[in-house]
Ligand binder design. Structure first.
Ligand code: C5P
Length: 221
């Protein structure tokens, strides 16, 4: 069984995807961290994010693995644990730039398809229900008001970076929404057969329960 969860930044995807995977005992793949990893590596190598060829080369050579961690799973990039480093909104914006590169997407989508081929997986991102697994068993598209999404991100990031301003996060989110919705390759659009869920007024638990209801009983395959 494959469960696809798409939606804009801060809509709650990764939090609920992780919880659903743990309730169902499924594998969880957070595809956003793969684009973040490519952006992070490019910056470390001093490669301009709009250098199409060299960025594509980074994507072809990078080794991204998800490993079980204590609280959350770890994102290993070329053997290095980058879980915490990849979470910043600055890397999020850089990720949105490299994610507009068609060759980067080709490489990432193929890897995601391989990671999901053994089944029983929850995968979240922007194009999972439309491109990566168009035949997924269940597809969700999560949305929430932008101000609410910025608020959530702010609370999350403030723990590590108390100086961060809400207005700054709101502005970055706005730019990222614009980039994700307007890029030529795989823009953020809901799959026609996806279930749309507005999470603005809902608690995490409510979102998870609604989704589990939609998924229904799961039989091990
Ligand atoms: O989900 P997350 O915020 O970590 O994603 C970072 C960026 O990576 C997104 O803004 C988007 O541009 C890109 N992305 C994508 N396709 C995915 C997952 C993420 O284009 N499946």
């Amino acid at each position: 069984m494959i469960i696809a969860i798409d939606g804009p930044a801060g809509s709650g995807k990764s939090t609920v995807a992780r919880l659903i995977a743990s309730r169902l005992d499924f594998k969880y793949i957070e595809t956003g961290s793969m684009y973040r990893a490519v952006a992070w590596k490019a910056e470390r190598l001093g490669i301009a994010l709009d250098d199409h060829e060299r960025i594509a080369e980074v994507a072809r050579n990078i080794i991204i693995e998800f490993q079980p961690g204590e609280e959350r799973q770890k994102v290993m990039v070329d053997g290095e644990d980058l879980t915490a480093l990849l979470k910043t909104e600055t890397i999020g914006r850089s990720a949105a730039i490299v994610a507009a590169n068609r060759d980067v997407r080709d490489v990432m989508v193929k890897q995601q398809q391989q990671m999901g081929q053994s089944g029983n997986v929850v995968m979240d991102g922007r194009d999972i229900g439309t491109v990566v697994f168009p035949n997924a068993d269940k597809k969700f598209f999560l949305v929430a008001d932008r101000k609410e999404r910025a608020q959530r991100r702010h609370e999350e990031i403030r723990v590590k970076n108390p100086e961060i301003k809400y207005e700054k996060i709101l502005e970055q989110l706005q730019q990222r929404d614009h980039e994700d919705e307007n890029r030529k390759v795989s823009p953020l659009v809901p799959a026609k057969d996806s279930i749309r869920l507005d999470t603005t007024q809902l608690s995490i638990e409510e979102v998870v329960n609604r989704m589990l209801e939609e998924i229904g009983p799961v039989h091990s395959q």
